[in-house]
Design a protein around this ligand. Structure first.
Ligand SMILES: [Zn+2]
Length: 326
């Protein structure tokens, strides 16, 4: 009798697991599935409190963007994705003024996006795909689950280790001597899960899910062209063809095609243009600083037209204008 009961219990629990897994493949069930389940030594409240403490640390050490047009916009896009996710915690989205391509999540719903992500992503959907991935880490409670696995007593006593990306390299290098490497980046299983859930959130929020693939491609080519331009934490996300192909297959398999998707918005174009202009201004200023002397010496004698190439370029529009007048 007892054996049968145990058998029945086992059967029921494996059925529950199977049902829970099926739900995980069904974007229409988002919000009704417990994706953060699994052994966790922290309560949700404790997780949020730790995240808040760490976020304070980030705010003190990183240079936060204060342009309200940029920050309000990123927060709005983030909140919309979070509403379409399985996460049960309130979210905050903040922008760090840093040209490296990065975004990261702290436990309990604190997400930071680098300006470098916004300038690299060419459409709102591409940017949203990276943010959705970070929301998925929060929804699935990856940070605390990993900390429990690594038997870390209190994440908040290990600030910056989970993060990196904005120049806390010395801190992280020192920390990596004592903290096992497994704690510095998520396991491949967690990364794959964040890709999988993030893709569904992107889709549920109305975006074209293939933007996630475009973003992967962008990151791969950027890293090839300019190694080091992707912040270390992002680089530890295994960025390879497998990840890309897996996402492609998942789009085919679990996301029913919609008639319309959001790819880009004029608002994103405006925000991105603002950031690119800021970046250019900075580049200009630093090159002026570098070549200060020679430029000053040359300019008094340069009253003559610059280069023949420029001249011919100037002529053409003038002719056109005459033509128009006639
Ligand atoms: Zn990740």
């Amino acid at each position: 009798m007892r054996l049968t009961c145990a058998g029945a219990v086992l059967l029921i629990s494996s059925l529950t697991v199977a049902l829970a897994d099926d739900k995980k493949d069904d974007p229409s069930q988002i919000g009704n599935r417990d994706v953060g389940k699994g052994f966790n030594c922290y309560s949700i409240d404790k997780e949020i409190a730790m995240g808040k403490q760490l976020a304070g640390e980030v705010q003190r050490q990183a240079k936060l963007m204060d342009d309200p047009i940029v920050t309000e916009y990123v927060n709005r896009v983030g909140q919309n994705l979070a509403r379409n996710s399985d996460a049960k915690v309130p979210f905050t989205f903040q922008v760090i003024d840093d040209p490296s391509l990065n975004a990261f999540a702290l436990p309990g719903g604190f997400i930071f996006v680098h300006t470098g992500l916004l300038t690299a992503a060419e459409t709102e959907a591409e940017m949203a795909s990276a943010v959705a991935h970070e929301i998925a880490h929060v929804a699935a409670r990856h940070m605390t689950r990993q900390a429990c696995r690594a038997q870390v007593a209190n994440i908040a006593t290990l600030p910056l280790i989970l993060l990196g990306g904005w120049g806390g390299y010395a801190v992280r290098q020192a920390a990596s001597a004592v903290i096992p490497m497994t704690f510095l980046s998520f396991s491949r299983g967690y990364e794959a899960e964040a890709d999988y859930l993030g893709l569904q959130y992107l889709y549920a929020a109305g975006y074209d899910p293939t933007a996630a693939i475009d973003m992967f491609e962008k990151m791969m080519s950027l890293e090839k062209r300019k190694p080091g331009s992707i912040a270390k934490v992002f680089a530890t996300h295994p960025m390879n063809d497998d990840r890309l192909k897996k996402t492609q297959a998942e789009i085919q398999k679990i996301l029913p095609q919609k008639a319309e998707y959001v790819v880009d918005t004029s608002e994103y174009a405006e925000v991105r243009a603002r950031l690119l202009a800021l970046e250019n201004q900075r580049k200009l200023r630093s090159t002026q600083k570098d070549s200060n002397g020679p430029v000053l010496r040359r300019s008094p004698g340069s009253g003559a037209p610059a280069t023949p190439g420029d001249d011919s370029g100037d002529d053409r529009p003038t002719i056109k204008r005459r033509d128009l007048v006639e």
